[in-house]
Design a protein around this ligand. Structure first.
Ligand code: ADP
Ligand code: MG
Length: 255
C-alpha cells in the first residue's frame, strides 16, 4: 500500500520556559492511499494542533511529517506554498468561501491561481460540482445558498486540483444533521470513486462512523485506533464506547 502521509514522533510545546504546555507528546501514524481516516478526541486533546502541523500551517517542536515522501517540516517556506497548493485540499468548519465570488468562481480559484487552461477549468468544475451535487447553485453567491451547499462548495474547491490528501477539521460542525450526512456521504463517495485520501478531525461519533479508520487522541498521544470492519451501526457503537472511555466519563478512570 502506498503511504500518502507519515507522521513521525510529533511533539508540540506551547508557552515559554516556566509555563510550558505539551499539547502533543509524541504522535506517530501513517495514512495510506485511499483511506478515510478520522481523528477523534475530547476538546483540548490536540486534534487541531496536529492537523495544523500536517497542513503545514504550524511547526512541531520535534518530529517529522512526510506527505508523498516529502518532509514538509524541513521544506523551505517559499516551497511550502506551492507544495500546499499542489498536494493538499482543505475543508474547515466554516466554508471560508469568498462572499464576493460566486460558488463557481470560488471553486475555480485554485485552478486560476495555477494558470490552468479555461477548458480544463470548465471540465473540472463540471466534474466536481456534479459529484457534490451543487451544479444548480454554481452561479449563486455564498450568501444565497444553504449552509450545506456552501460546505459542499468548499469541498469542491478543496478537491478541484486533485490533491493527494484532503484535510478536514470538523467539516460538519456548523451543519444540521441532514446536511452533515449529505456532506459525509459525498466524502465517502469521493473516497470510494476517486480513491481520494481523507484525514478528518471530528468530535462527533456519527461523523466518525463514516470513516474507514479512526485514531483516538487523548492528552497529546494516540490512545487507540478503531478499524471499520463491520456495519456502520456496529462501528458507531464501538466509537461511542471508546469515546466514553477517553472522555473521562468512565468511572474506572477515577478509582
Ligand atoms: P482540540 O482541537 O483537540 O480541541 P487543540 O489542538 O486546539 O485541541 O489544543 C490542544 C491544547 O493546546 C489545548 O489545551 C489548547 O489550549 C492548547 N493550545 C492550542 N493552541 C495554542 C496556542 N496557540 N498557544 C497556547 N496553547 C495552545
Ligand atoms: Mg479543534
Amino acid at each position: 500500500m502506498e503511504e500518502i502521509l507519515i507522521v513521525e514522533n510529533i511533539k508540540k510545546e506551547y508557552g515559554r520556559k516556566g509555563s510550558k504546555y505539551e499539547a502533543l507528546k509524541g504522535i506517530s501514524f501513517k495514512v495510506y492511499k485511499g483511506e478515510f481516516v478520522g481523528i477523534m478526541g475530547s476538546s483540548g486533546a490536540g486534534k487541531s494542533t496536529l492537523l495544523n502541523i500536517i497542513s503545514t500551517i504550524d511547526l512541531p517542536s520535534l518530529g517529522n511529517v512526510y506527505i508523498e515522501n516529502k518532509n514538509i517540516i524541513k521544506m523551505k517556506q517559499n516551497k511550502l506554498a506551492d507544495f500546499r497548493r499542489d498536494n493538499l485540499g482543505f475543508v474547515f468548519q466554516d466554508s471560508n468561501l469568498l462572499d464576493t465570488l460566486t460558488i463557481k468562481e470560488n471553486i475555480m480559484l485554485p485552478l486560476s491561481l495555477k494558470n490552468e487552461k479555461v477548458s480544463v477549468i470548465e471540465s473540472r468544475i463540471k466534474e466536481v460540482s456534479k459529484s457534490l451535487n451543487i451544479e444548480s447553485v454554481l452561479d449563486k453567491y455564498p450568501n444565497e445558498v444553504s449552509g450545506g451547499q456552501k460546505q459542499r462548495g468548499a469541498v469542491c474547491r478543496a478537491i478541484v486540483t486533485k490533491p493527494s490528501l484532503i484535510l478536514a477539521d470538523e467539516p460538519t460542525g456548523a451543519l444540521d444533521s441532514k446536511s452533515a450526512r449529505d456532506l459525509l456521504n459525498s466524502l465517502v463517495k469521493l473516497n470510494k470513486d476517486n480513491d481520494s485520501t481523507i484525514l478528518m478531525v471530528t468530535h462527533d461519533a456519527i461523523s466518525a462512523s463514516f470513516c474507514s479508520r479512526i485514531l483516538f487522541i487523548k492528552d497529546g498521544i494516540i490512545f487507540t485506533e478503531l478499524i471499520k470492519g463491520e456495519s456502520t451501526k456496529e462501528f458507531y457503537n464501538k466509537i461511542l464506547n471508546t469515546v466514553s472511555l477517553i472522555g473521562g466519563v468512565n468511572k474506572n478512570e477515577f478509582i
